[in-house]
Design a binder for this molecule. Structure first.
Ligand code: ZN
Length: 135
């Protein structure tokens, strides 16, 4: 089951500059930064109620964020939905005809197991499913 929007991911060129910009916008600081080496990204997170904004900056030229910015410029990169059971949801959505980008859940930022759905099957928006890892 999809529970709620967990976060919105925004691709930025310079995460330090954007941290300052979003600090002014929200009137509060980001609460964490995290590098996800496997994805070639640096991230920072702002908490707004029980939803988050994730800023993503490429840390390598070959990362998906670098390619996204090259093609489309800065902006909304993905919408992440919290699910109660990511394995079940991946199975369900595959049966519904959505294309999974990764066939197994992988480790994402912020202590999550994640999976992406290809934007060509979701009206052009990259969808992330995420489930908090049990500690
Ligand atoms: Zn995300």
């Amino acid at each position: 089951m999809i529970k709620k929007i967990e976060h919105i991911g925004i691709a930025v060129k310079n995460i330090e500059h954007s941290n300052e910009l979003f600090k002014k916008l929200f009137g509060k600081e980001h609460y964490k930064v995290e590098k996800v080496e496997s994805e070639g990204v640096s991230t920072s997170f702002f908490l707004l109620g029980d939803t988050k904004i994730e800023l993503l900056q490429a840390s390598s030229d070959t990362s998906a964020i670098a390619k996204f910015i090259e093609k489309k410029g800065e902006g909304i990169h993905h919408i992440a939905y919290e699910v109660d059971n990511i394995d079940n949801e991946m199975e369900r959505l595959k049966k519904e005809g959505f294309e999974l980008i990764n066939q197994q859940p992988k480790d994402g930022a912020d202590n999550k197991r994640i999976c992406f759905l290809h934007p060509k099957t979701t009206n052009g928006i990259l969808v992330e499913l995420c489930q908090e890892k049990t500690k």
